[in-house]
Design a protein around this ligand. Sequence first.
Ligand SMILES: Nc1ncnc2c1ncn2[C@@H]1O[C@H](COP(=O)(O)OP(=O)(O)O)[C@@H](O)[C@H]1O
Ligand SMILES: [Mg+2]
Length: 387
Amino acid sequence: MTLKLTLFAPTSEGVAQLTRQLPPAEESLGVSSAVGRPDELAAEIERSHPDLVVADLPALDDAGLRCMEVALNRSPATSVIVLSPERSPEYLLQLMRSGVREVVPTPLVNGELGAAYARQFDRLVARRNSARKGRVLAFLPAKGGSGSTFLSTNLAYALAARGRRVALIDLNLHFGDAALFLSEERPSVTIADLARDLSRVDPTFLESSMMAPLENLRVLAAPDTPEGAMDVTPAAVERIVSAARERFDFVLLDMSRLLDGAAVRALDQAEGVYLTLQLTLPFLHDARRLMSLLATLGYARDKLHVIVNRWEKGGELGSADVHKALGVAVDLEVPNSFSAVAHSINHGVPILKSAPRDPVSKALLELADRLAPQEAVRKRAWFGLSL
Ligand SMILES: Nc1ncnc2c1ncn2[C@@H]1O[C@H](COP(=O)(O)OP(=O)(O)O)[C@@H](O)[C@H]1O
Ligand SMILES: [Mg+2]
């Protein structure tokens, strides 16, 4: 299938320049070009839904950003690379929020545009080919304290306990604490160490650098200093997650709700995003905001799963309210069980081990079962189907 590439610049000379900066078009690429003002680009995106756009744009004002956001919302599968003379962090963030995936500052530095282009192109090709690789599941808290870390670490354990090879990567680059949930040991290597030595990162090296709380389970801990967090670039996150996919059946990402460049590179590889929240209005409110940001960034709704954590019977709000507010049905209710959860976390022992009969353990097993049906269960299903 052909990928559609659109080149856009204010003048036809600008378009010609873009063409010269990019690698020669391959057979699988249909290239079109357009010349004009930024709002004309937005219209072009809405009209032709290209897979990839490379656009040389002046600094956009609020109306321009809005226009881009609306267009990309209507064409969520379109990836946009913008060449921009304006590179203040605020502006870059605004562009990201409008759904632009990469910004390359102008005047161009040798190779930067080519690298961004290659990245997006590879991403699109990979999406088309969807090779058989580890399944990446991202856990995003609607707000801090929603239980994302507890659920992702314990689900990782549950999947490993049923024989799947599982990696848990802590992408809370500041204040990440996932390793503590699974082990009392202190990690000797963190994601920052790998990021500093990125050329060495391949699937084997990655696995050997991770903590091993269980035979089939590996954990990559978050940096333990703010400087460490700075070293974890978007490129490092992308490389580490893709190396993990080569090696593991499941790659679970414990994320923060800050969707920065690094988070986006990780989410790009995720087949499912698990949004965790509790049943109070502030959680619902922030869940909605996060969902609209995800939509703007082009993540399809059917990737999104909602987990209600600390669920209690007879609460003022229920899962039906969540469904109504978010437009997505709740995938799983995890009961509230304060002492069993606190005990598990305080001792670094997964709850399936410390309290296997607790309702929280049962909910985790249910999710593990859906994601990785046990052999016996699968066989029975086969019998049911055959004939
Ligand atoms: N199902 C639950 N029942 C009771 N307490 C829970 C449950 N899930 C999480 N918690 C509590 O919530 C706290 C925050 O969880 P955590 O996973 O760190 O949230 P997040 O990663 O979203 O910030 C934990 O310390 C734990 O005590
Ligand atoms: Mg957390």
